[in-house]
Design a protein around this ligand. Structure first.
Ligand SMILES: Nc1ncnc2c1ncn2[C@@H]1O[C@H](COP(=O)(O)OP(=O)(O)OP(=O)(O)O)[C@@H](O)[C@H]1O
Ligand SMILES: Nc1nc2c(ncn2[C@@H]2O[C@H](COP(=O)(O)O)[C@@H](O)[C@H]2O)c(=O)[nH]1
Length: 204
């Protein structure tokens, strides 16, 4: 293959920490990176658009995607299924473009197995109190669901040790610039650029 493969970045962290907000801010900076759209069985929130925020699926449709091996990873999270369509990811990486996945921890650990060369970033809240207040402030979940998400959040934070980087989302702009630094440094890693130098020296 002539072109270098893109790099797969996985951004995860507890619900409400600000993954979506940070990705939106990264998009606004027009980074050269593509955003995967997940499939889910949860109901759309007000303003969410099919094919933009998620591909909204019935349980049967999601089950078929699993059976047809259409998902790179999938997980059940607080009563709903979420998964990453594999075709878009592979095709985009093959075109030499980077992809970012915004997913929860069980799914991220599955991706770790199939893409050990991926870059795994864990977004952390400044505190658990702030995390709760962000979920409450978003106004999209009932109190029961907020409590469920907070319980899962504690378990997820314990899994941070399996990631390559931890980025605190205190200020959105600072969290974005930390992630941009990670992207830049991953592109400069010697084991990723070796082929480029081989070509330069005429070894290939
Ligand atoms: N750095 C920040 N400071 C203050 N508020 C923030 C910050 N980042 C995000 N928020 C707010 O926190 C709430 C949750 O953010 P967001 O929806 O992006 O989280 P998420 O991690 O994508 O959640 P989920 O995983 O449930 O989709 C939003 O109301 C957002 O505006
Ligand atoms: N394993 C996966 N997790 C995903 C995917 N897409 C989103 N998510 C995560 O699910 C929770 C809940 O999301 P919400 O939109 O209902 O608040 C959150 O942590 C998301 O990051 C996916 O494809 N796979």
């Amino acid at each position: 293959m002539d072109r270098e493969r893109g790099i797969l970045f996985v951004l995860s962290g507890p619900s409400g920490v600000g993954k979506g907000t940070v990705c939106k801010a990264l998009r606004a900076q027009k980074l050269d990176i593509q955003y995967s759209v997940s499939a889910t069985t949860r109901n759309p929130r007000i303003g969410e658009v099919h094919g933009v925020d998620y591909f909204f699926k019935t349980k049967e449709e999601f089950q078929r995607m699993i059976e047809n091996n259409e998902l790179l990873e999938w997980a059940e999270y607080v009563g709903n299924y979420y998964g990453t369509p594999i075709e878009y990811v592979n095709q985009t990486l093959d075109e030499g473009r980077d992809v970012i996945l915004e997913i929860e921890v069980q799914g991220a650990l599955q991706v770790r197995n199939s893409f050990p060369e991926g870059v795994f970033i864990f977004l952390t809240p400044p505190s658990l109190e702030e995390l709760r207040s962000r979920i409450v402030g978003r106004g999209t979940e009932t109190e029961d669901l907020i409590n469920n998400r907070m319980t899962v959040a504690r378990e997820e934070i314990e899994m941070m040790q399996h990631y390559d980087y931890s980025v605190v989302n205190d200020e959105i702009s600072q969290a974005c610039s930390r992630i941009q630094s990670i992207i830049t440094s991953e592109h400069c890693k010697v084991d990723r650029v070796t082929n480029r130098y081989k070509k330069l020296l005429g070894d290939e």
